[in-house]
Design a protein around this ligand. Structure first.
Ligand SMILES: CC/C=C\CC/C=C/CC(=O)SCCNC(=O)CCNC(=O)[C@H](O)C(C)(C)COP(=O)(O)OP(=O)(O)OC[C@H]1O[C@@H](n2cnc3c(N)ncnc32)[C@H](O)[C@@H]1OP(=O)(O)O
Length: 282
């Protein structure tokens, strides 16, 4: 059954009432172009948009609000032209409070589900590195435009984390079963060119402006199309995955908690954090 579909009856109301939302201190800022109906959603958590509980809560809230406003398309991007999103906030996993750790993973599941299941078209404008959870955000979008000279991939196993089944599924749909299996297990990070070759991203751009043009071009391909047919087809393809994730979400949370609380993982995380700092000081 369709979880939600584009409702054309609500579109005319939206056209009269659409507003531009933008706040300089928000973790996520949204600007809607009232001519095109396209929203640009910018992740705004310096320095690297790492996914804290609060940032993920804002992403889910933003997508829900956009869903209610019936925008015609969304571009997801970063305030930084160096890092799209550095993945889960590593500090959320260092000697964590268990209730908060459970809330973090639950909110990551929600973030995946809400972005993956939008009725409107979505493009990730990947204007910087996108490891792990950053790659997840990009994978949830329908189309990915990446700027040159950055890296993207699901590198979780390199950190000692297992990739959850719902995210494996999204990777399989994007790059195919065989490649997804190999690269989820290896935790491969791809440079922009290799990401294009393997189909992890759809287009490359030299810089942000060109990437935005390409993103808008994708959204414009739906201008003349029935929004109902478009959205219904997308959701008929994606809703089963979302329902499967929701059915297994409690076990998934407990698997993550067990993974993170393992002393080997905690020791490895300390070493990893130190290696990030050492790299910076070189
Ligand atoms: C488990 C299931 C699988 C998938 C589900 C999704 C969940 C995934 C788990 C994760 O996402 S774990 C996180 C994985 N992320 C990474 O491994 C990325 C680590 N970061 C980097 O490689 C680099 O920072 C960067 C390439 C993203 C950016 O490099 P650069 O621009 O040179 O910045 P710095 O390295 O100097 O970093 C600035 C600052 O930010 C801190 N930081 C970086 N990443 C994170 C992070 N993920 N969480 C928290 N903090 C992060 C870094 O330590 C620096 O802090 P300072 O205090 O030294 O300024």
């Amino acid at each position: 059954m369709l979880r939600k579909i584009f409702n054309p009856a609500r579109l005319s109301r939206f056209q009269r009432t659409m507003v531009t939302v933008s706040s300089s201190d928000a973790l996520v800022s949204t600007e809607v172009d009232d001519k095109t109906g396209y929203a640009t959603v910018t992740l705004n958590r310096a320095p690297v948009n790492s996914l804290s509980l609060e940032l993920m809560t804002e992403i889910v809230k933003t997508v829900d609000e956009l869903e209610r406003s019936n925008i015609r398309g969304m571009v997801l991007t970063s305030f930084s032209n160096k890092v799209f999103c550095a993945g889960l906030d590593i500090m959320e996993m260092v000697n964590p409070d268990l209730d908060r750790l459970r809330a973090v993973w639950t909110r990551l599941q929600d973030t995946w589900a809400s972005l993956y299941g939008t009725s409107f078209p979505t493009v990730a404008l990947i204007n910087g590195h996108a490891p792990a959870g950053g790659c997840l955000l990009a994978l949830c979008c329908e189309y990915r435009v990446m700027c040159n000279n950055f890296n993207i991939g699901l590198n979780e196993t390199q950190l000692g984390l297992a990739v959850p089944p719902w995210l494996q599924g999204t990777m399989r749909q994007t790059i195919g079963t065989r490649e997804a299996e190999i690269h989820c297990i290896k935790g491969t990070m791809f440079n922009s060119q290799d990401a294009l070759k393997i189909g992890l991203v759809d287009e490359l751009a030299a810089e942000n402006g060109e990437a935005m043009q390409r993103a808008l071009h994708y959204l414009n391909t739906f201008k003349q199309m029935s929004p109902y047919a478009r959205s219904a087809t997308k959701l008929l393809m994606r809703n089963k995955d979302i329902e499967d994730m929701k059915r297994g979400r409690k076990e998934d949370v407990e698997r993550f908690v067990e993974n993170v609380m393992n002393s080997d993982f905690q020791n490895g995380l300390t070493v990893y954090l130190q290696s990030l700092k050492n790299r910076k000081n070189k």
